[in-house]
Every structure is written in structure tokens, then in C-alpha cells.
Write a protein that binds this ligand. Structure first.
Ligand code: HEM
Length: 405
């Protein structure tokens, strides 16, 4: 336990660190990768470039420090990050390395303001926070290995099938090369692939939601190809995956993730934008297999029919699930979409769209899609009186605060 005095130092310095948070974490990564270039194989270069990871780690350390007296309060967040760490192969021995460079970066940026007392207090606090992560992750590693078909680290899988789901999304069916059983998972969880794309110096880890029901001989992931658009560069890794063919192999970490869509009797509303429908495909396929009669509203938003994945599979699910109300909203439908009546509403998901589909403010809500979509949906739901505790969401990319902005 930290001493009163140490806690006082931590609390007094948090505002200063927040102001310099970005500079500190930028310096932290410079130092980290200079001393340990092998860690470039673990971190996501896109997130680095966009400064997203910098913000995520800094925010998490400061947020944990605020709760330093009762870390139990943030265990759910530690678990969510821990699941990601586990899928990436973050190990206990990495924590002192990160700690050393985080403290070193504090000294570099704050210079003489970072007194020995301040650094010592943060070193102690970091040690406690790191231990909370190490403990949670230890359990997760043990669980991943213990369950039937589970494994530690990476396992080789072969692309057994590839299916085009829309102009930009393809599904990849992955089977283990060793042909042994594979671990089950819960709808909403993701798979982590390690990919070595040409033109990228280091291997890259990427998470993809599992898009089919569990307990099959394969895993299905559905990947959007991020093409180059205007000033935005395309996704190197997503384009690399789209260049792979049946028979190619990829390295895979066991399923993970805390965005779990539980099966119970609460009315459920699923709101997806674009490729954010993938975890819901897993849930709905699972519900259909269980002959679930749960009341489910699923509203999917897409630009138009050309990029609307799983349209046929979704229609089949709607037939199999007696109490599923499915709505499709196209932002800018094509002439063909209009002709074939491929959507239910035009524009965005609004309060009217929700109400028409049978909005139940007392139910459970899951949101998945691009960040701007999730912010808009979160705002809409809270404005309509949905309690925050009943809203779950999954960021594709480093988690940031959805309440912000
Ligand atoms: C992701 C916090 C230690 C490697 C993250 C995220 C947070 C975080 C908040 C984003 C989670 C998300 O995207 O959902 C922390 C804290 C740490 C810590 C508070 C120390 C107490 C470590 C260590 C390593 C590590 C020791 C390994 C060297 C990563 C990687 C990611 C990540 C590779 C994935 C994101 C990316 O590549 O962009 N961490 N972390 N972290 N963390 Fe940590």
C-alpha cells in the first residue's frame, strides 16, 4: 500500500503530467523503441503515427493513478486492456521496461520540475498499477491455455476459405495447421493476427472480431480493406490481408476481449456501422443456433448497398430469429438500392428510426462501428434516457473516452 505522503505527491502532480502527457508519452515511445526495437513487433505503427496509442497509455496510467487508493474500482478497465495485452503477448517482464522508460521520459520532459521525490512516488505507483495488470493478465494466460483447444502465444492457421461479403469486406475462414481442436469464444470477442506485410519493417498485430458462431472447426473473421482515399493513406495491413489467398498461413493468438454480448432475457438493441456489424453476426448466428426467442432490435447503418456486407446472411438470420427486428439505414443509397428496396430508412440512425423499430429504453444496448458513429449513437441513446451502464461499445483501435466531445 502507498503511504499518505506518496499519494499526496501523485495527486498533486497528475494535472502537470496531463498537460505534458502527450510530450511525455511521445518521448517514452522514442526511448522504448530505441532501447527495445523488438517491441516494434508488438505495437501498432498506425496508432503510433496518429498519436492514438500515446494518448491511450498516458490516459490509462493517469486514470489508474487517480484511483490509486482503490484500484479495485477500475478492475473492469484493467481487464479490458489486459485482454488486449494478453492477445498481444505482453509479459510480466515487459512492465519494468515500460516503467523505466515512462519515468525516464517524465524526467526528460519535466526536467528539474521532476524532483527525486516525484519520480520515486510515481515509480511506486507505477509498480502497483503494473502489478494489477500482471495479476489480471496471469489469470487470462492461464485460462487461454487451460480451456479445450486453447493455446499460448501464436498458432499457425491456414486460410481455408475466402468469401466476398461486400465491395470492401471479405471473410476469411481460418483452420489450424495442426488440425487439432480450437478454443471456443463468446460472441463479441476478437482474434489477433500477427502479420508481416511487405514494405513494413516489423510484424504487426491486428485484432478482428470473430464474425461467426463459436464451436466450429474454423474461425471466421471479416476484414474491411481500407483503400486510399483523398488525403487518407490506405491501410497497409488490411490491404495485405486482402492480398492473401486460400492456402496461405497466418499466425494467430487465441480469442480475447471483454465486449461480450451475453445471452439473457433482457431486450437487446444492436447498433452497427459499416464493418462494426461483425461481432453482431457472431451473436446473431449463435442466437439462431440456440433457437433464442429473445427480443432483439438490430439497426445497421452503411453508406449504401455496395458496401453493405452480409446482406443475405442477415436476411436469413431475420427469418430464423422469431423476435428479431432488423432495420437497414443507408446514408446515400444507390439507384439500384432504391430500385431493389434494399434498405428501410435513408440518412442516419435517428430517434425516429429507433422508435419505429421498437425502441426499449430499459433494455441493453451494444454499439460497434467507427468512432464518430459510436459517439453519435452513445449521445442519442443517453439523450433518449438510456442509462450509461446499459450501453456497451467496442472501439476498433485503441479505446478512448466515448463520453468526451
Ligand atoms: C494497449 C495501458 C503496459 C503494450 C494499451 C491500451 C492501454 C494500455 C490503455 C489501449 C487498450 C485498447 O486499445 O483497448 C497500459 C498501462 C500499462 C501498460 C496502463 C502499464 C501499467 C504495457 C506493456 C506493454 C504494453 C508493459 C508491452 C511492452 C501494449 C500494446 C498495446 C497496448 C502493444 C496495443 C495497442 C497498439 O499497439 O497500438 N495499453 N499498458 N502495454 N499496450 Fe499497454
Amino acid at each position: 500500500m502507498l503511504q499518505e505522503k506518496t499519494i499526496a505527491v501523485i495527486k498533486a502532480t497528475i494535472p502537470v503530467l496531463e498537460v505534458h502527457g502527450e510530450a511525455i508519452t511521445r518521448r517514452f515511445y522514442e526511448r522504448l523503441f530505441e532501447a527495445h526495437p523488438e517491441l516494434l513487433n508488438v505495437f501498432n505503427i498506425n496508432n503510433q503515427r496518429q498519436g492514438r496509442q500515446q494518448a491511450a497509455l498516458a490516459n490509462a496510467v493517469y486514470a489508474a493513478a487517480v484511483h490509486i487508493e482503490k484500484l479495485d474500482a477500475i478492475i473492469p478497465v484493467v481487464k479490458q486492456i489486459g485482454a488486449k495485452h494478453r492477445s498481444l503477448g505482453v509479459l510480466p517482464e515487459h512492465y519494468p521496461i515500460v516503467g523505466e522508460h515512462l519515468l525516464g521520459a517524465m524526467r526528460d520532459v519535466l526536467q528539474e520540475s521532476a524532483t527525486d521525490e516525484i519520480i520515486a512516488a510515481w515509480a511506486e505507483a507505477y509498480g502497483i498499477i503494473a502489478q494489477a495488470f500482471i495479476d489480471v493478465e496471469k489469470e487470462m494466460y492461464e485460462e487461454a491455455v487451460k480451456q479445450p483447444g486453447g493455446w499460448e502465444g501464436l498458432r499457425s492457421f491456414r486460410i481455408a476459405r475466402r468469401v466476398k461479403e461486400s465491395d470492401v469486406i471479405d471473410s476469411f475462414y481460418l483452420e489450424p495447421l495442426d488440425q487439432k481442436p480450437i478454443a471456443s469464444y463468446q460472441p463479441g470477442q476478437y482474434l489477433t493476427l500477427q502479420l508481416k506485410a511487405p514494405g513494413v519493417d516489423y510484424a504487426q498485430m491486428r485484432h478482428y472480431s470473430l464474425s461467426d458462431s463459436p464451436n466450429k472447426s474454423y474461425y471466421r473473421i471479416s476484414v474491411k480493406r481500407e483503400d486510399e482515399r483523398d488525403a487518407t493513406p490506405g491501410g497497409l495491413i488490411s490491404r495485405y490481408i486482402h492480398s492473401l489467398a486460400v492456402g496461405d498461413t497466418v499466425e494467430v493468438a487465441a480469442p480475447a476481449g471483454e465486449f461480450i454480448i451475453e445471452e439473457n432475457n433482457h431486450p437487446l438493441t444492436l447498433l452497427s456501422g459499416g464493418v462494426g456489424m461483425t461481432p453482431f453476426m457472431s451473436y446473431l448466428n449463435t442466437a439462431a443456433e440456440r433457437l433464442s426467442n429473445r427480443s432483439i432490435v438490430w439497426i445497421h447503418a452503411a453508406l449504401n448497398g455496395d458496401v453493405h456486407a452480409f446482406a443475405d446472411e442477415s436476411n436469413q438470420l431475420a427469418q430464423r430469429l422469431a423476435n428479431l427486428t432488423k432495420r437497414v439505414v443507408y446514408e446515400r443509397p444507390t439507384a439500384r438500392d432504391e430500385q431493389e428496396k434494399r434498405f428501410d430508412a435513408k440518412g442516419y440512425i435517428t430517434a425516429d428510426v429507433l422508435r419505429e423499430a421498437g425502441f426499449r429504453p430499459d433494455g441493453l444496448f451494444y454499439i460497434c462501428g467507427p468512432e464518430s458513429f459510436m459517439r453519435a449513437m452513445y449521445r442519442l441513446l443517453t439523450q433518449l434516457g438510456v442509462k450509461e451502464k446499459n450501453i456497451s461499445f467496442e472501439f476498433f483501435g485503441p479505446a478512448s473516452s466515448i463520453e468526451a466531445q
